[in-house]
Unconditional design. Structure first.
Length: 262
């Protein structure tokens, strides 16, 4: 009976150890899933921000646009995302009895601004603006240039009116392009770079994940300059024609009138 008792005791001990191991693995799985979801959810939040930006830009709500741009930067901030990535990789290695990953941070990668992402400058916008005005002048010449006018002043007035209308449309389009650039950056991060981050983490490739994260972080930082570009060109639109900005233009005009009256 002694040998049987010892065998039973040993089996019970092994069973207890097995249950403990299963419990540890389950806790690791839970923690890995939690951290992985945190990485994956960034893509969904970027998609939501894209939709918000679309509405905010359409409504000329520059304050909300600024906040959305800041939210993009927060979502791809290295100090926020990297701990979750490294936790997934480290816990997975522990669970699977794999090699412990090297968790050093290549700072040079995150200081590099040469990553390939959409870029736009005021010079780019101004070239499109001037081209639009040139096309408008060509159109006027094609339609009205050969017309006989009884009054040269009437001809000049008609031409100036046509130019003023074309300039207003070009001003509005320039601001809209600046706003669209912000959305393009969000798309680039959410549709191109973030799936790369997620896939790299899922397969345990930290170097690849860091490259994609560094590129996303760089594109995220670009949203600050992109917002400033949008703000400048929306300000020009407001100065040119507050009424073209709908409710926001009316609000700003009233605020401006109130300030001037003080």
């Amino acid at each position: 009976m002694g040998d049987l008792a010892n065998t039973v005791a040993k089996l019970e001990e092994e069973a207890a150890e097995s249950r403990e191991l299963r419990s540890i693995v389950e806790r690791l799985d839970t923690e890995i899933s939690f951290r992985m979801e945190a990485v994956q959810e960034v893509g969904g939040e970027l998609l939501e921000l894209h939709g918000s930006l679309d509405d905010q830009i359409a409504e000329h709500d520059y304050m909300a646009v600024e906040q959305s741009a800041a939210s993009v930067r927060g979502l791809v901030d290295v100090e926020t995302v990297l701990p979750a990535i490294d936790a997934v990789l480290l816990l997975t290695a522990l669970r699977d009895d794999g090699a412990i990953p090297d968790l050093t941070l290549p700072l040079a990668s995150f200081a590099d601004d040469s990553w390939d992402h959409p870029r736009l400058t005021q010079g780019d916008l101004d070239r499109v603006f001037e081209a639009a005005l040139a096309r408008a002048e060509e159109q006027w010449q094609e339609i009205w240039g050969d017309q006989l006018w009884d009054d040269e002043n009437e001809r000049d007035t008609h031409r100036e009116q046509h130019r003023a209308e074309a300039e207003l449309e070009a001003v509005k389009e320039r601001a809209a392009r600046a706003g669209a650039h912000l959305m393009t950056l969000v798309d680039h991060i959410g549709d191109t770079l973030w799936p790369e981050v997620v896939e790299a983490v899922e397969v345990g490739d930290r170097d690849r994940a860091l490259r994609a994260l560094a590129a996303a972080n760089s594109a995220g930082r670009e949203t600050e300059a992109a917002y400033k570009l949008y703000e400048v060109n929306l300000s020009i639109q407001f100065e040119k024609a507050p009424g073209s900005m709908g409710a926001m233009g009316e609000f700003l005009s009233d605020a401006q009138d109130w300030l001037l009256s003080q």
